[in-house]
Design a binder for this molecule. Structure first.
Ligand code: TYD
Ligand code: MG
Length: 447
């Protein structure tokens, strides 16, 4: 018997029939009939109730209760701390320091709040060893090891804790589902189960997520939709800086970034990252200082280029910390718009400190570093460089010029080279350039 108000539509030819069959009567395709509501027959008000609405103004809650993590950099990234009842995902490569950061957080928070740390990856003993390394002494932080999502959810639903950390979501599994932990269905179902428990008791929940080799969060993309905040901890695995940034944040902006360094006693915020990044700088050709933005914070980074005659037929281009496609594009542009001859040259780009540049404002610095390396010339001034470069070689506007110049001055640079400023005041010691060619002609010199 067919249900009233339901029809079956062939996804291949669109033919409509009143009952389901294995084969479409019209086009003959197999398994294409899909159930669909027949809206014309279904009286609109029969099943639905009218929603009660309220003005947006009335639904603005002034103060979201937030748990301050005690680590300023983390609070900044979150927009003021963890919101009660929020679900936060922290993603990153293995060994980057997720567990370390969370244990540090948990310790500082546990002074005033009841916090539970659930680990599915390490034994109590291992966590104890790490805690000892971190040199923290709090006796209040609660610890459990479990991989059973139902148990963790029940614990959260008990309402005893204000914040629960689950390390990691890939190791927990719901008992109702037969598949192994870490599979798509386990990850989504466990997350849903834990989220429901957290929302019910207004507990803040932090989930640790692994990322795949390509850098995507392991598991289905839906995981990112299920949670309120997605934080990513990234950077070079072996030394260098770790950057914590928000990819999605339902309670704040995604502009802020926190910069950390792994030390013998855990992750420590880096107070002056620019100075640290430039500490070992050698002034040679191929080295240009870029004023970039990490979130809304200006950061000076050294861009290094190496240009060598290629020994094979096909020139090699490689970049560490910069997008290779963008590099190829800039090299092609340089060949066309300037007198540089790069067709038979290998080009290597390195961003010092293990940072990954994603901002288009890095373009001009990359171009100048390549030109400097290829010609054996250096920047005339002790200046920082920034600006987006278009395919016709024009240098384009980038945001927050003032911040970049101010950071350069703070670190003792006596100039900045960037796009021409059309509106507003030009900062002192700033030189605007029209295009790459004039930038190279004006600011590079033989030493
Ligand atoms: P970990 O936090 O376990 O990484 P994740 O949970 O993201 O997989 O460990 C990060 C690395 O940091 C680990 O290889 C050891 C190192 N480490 C330190 O250098 N100092 C420390 O104080 C701690 C706790 C770890
Ligand atoms: Mg870990």
């Amino acid at each position: 018997m067919t249900k009233r108000g339901v029809q079956f539509v062939c996804s291949s030819c669109g033919a409509v029939s009143a009952s389901w069959s294995g084969r479409c009567f019209s086009c003959g395709e197999w398994n294409t009939l899909q159930e669909q509501l027949d809206v014309t027959q279904n009286a609109i008000t029969k099943d639905g109730r009218v929603l009660s609405t309220q003005s947006v103004g009335a639904s603005i809650t002034k103060d979201l209760p937030r748990l301050k993590s005690g680590i300023q950099e983390v609070d900044n990234v979150l927009g003021g701390g963890f919101v009660a009842g929020s679900v936060n995902l922290i993603a990153g490569q293995p060994g980057i320091g997720k567990s370390t950061l969370l244990l540090q957080l948990a310790y500082t928070l546990s002074d005033n709040q009841s916090i539970l740390y659930v680990s599915g990856e390490e034994s109590e003993h291992q966590i104890g060893l790490r805690a000892e390394r971190l040199g923290t002494k709090s006796q209040k932080l609660q610890l459990a090891t479990s991989t059973v999502a139902d148990d963790i959810a029940a614990t959260i639903a008990g309402g005893k804790y204000q914040l629960v950390i689950v390390d990691s979501i890939q190791t927990v599994a719901c008992s109702a589902i037969a598949s192994a932990a870490g599979t798509v269905s386990q990850i989504t179902n466990s997350t849903q189960l834990l989220t429901a428990a957290a929302k019910k008791t207004n507990t803040a929940l932090i989930l640790v997520g692994h990322v795949t080799k390509e850098g995507a969060i392991a598991g289905p993309k839906v995981l990112e939709h299920l949670v309120d905040v997605v934080l990513q901890l990234e950077g070079d695995r072996y030394g260098g800086f770790k950057v914590l940034r928000a990819i999605k944040n339902r309670y704040g902006s995604t502009n802020e970034a926190g910069i950390f360094e792994m030390t013998d006693n855990g992750l420590q915020p880096v107070a002056n990252p620019s100075a640290a990044l430039l500490a070992e700088r050698q002034i040679t050709d191929g080295s240009v200082i870029l004023a970039t933005l990490e979130g809304t914070r200006p950061l000076l980074v050294e861009v290094q280029a190496l240009v060598n005659r290629t020994s094979y037929g096909y020139p090699k281009r490689a970049a560490s910390g910069f997008d290779l496609n963008r590099l190829n594009l800039l090299v092609a542009m340089l060949e066309k718009r300037t007198k540089l001859n790069l067709a038979d040259q290998d080009i290597y780009i390195n961003i010092v400190g293990g940072l990954r540049l994603t901002e288009p404002a890095a373009d001009l610095a990359i171009c100048m570093a390549i030109a400097s390396a290829s010609k054996g010339m250096q920047l005339k001034k002790n200046a920082v460089v920034f600006g987006e470069v278009g395919l016709s070689g024009e240098v384009r506007h980038v945001p927050h010029v003032d911040k970049r110049v101010a950071e350069a001055k703070k670190l003792g640079f006596d100039g900045a080279i960037g796009p021409i400023i059309k509106t507003g005041k030009k900062p002192a010691l700033y030189s605007g350039v029209q295009d790459v060619r004039s930038a190279l002609n004006t600011f590079l010199e033989k030493d």
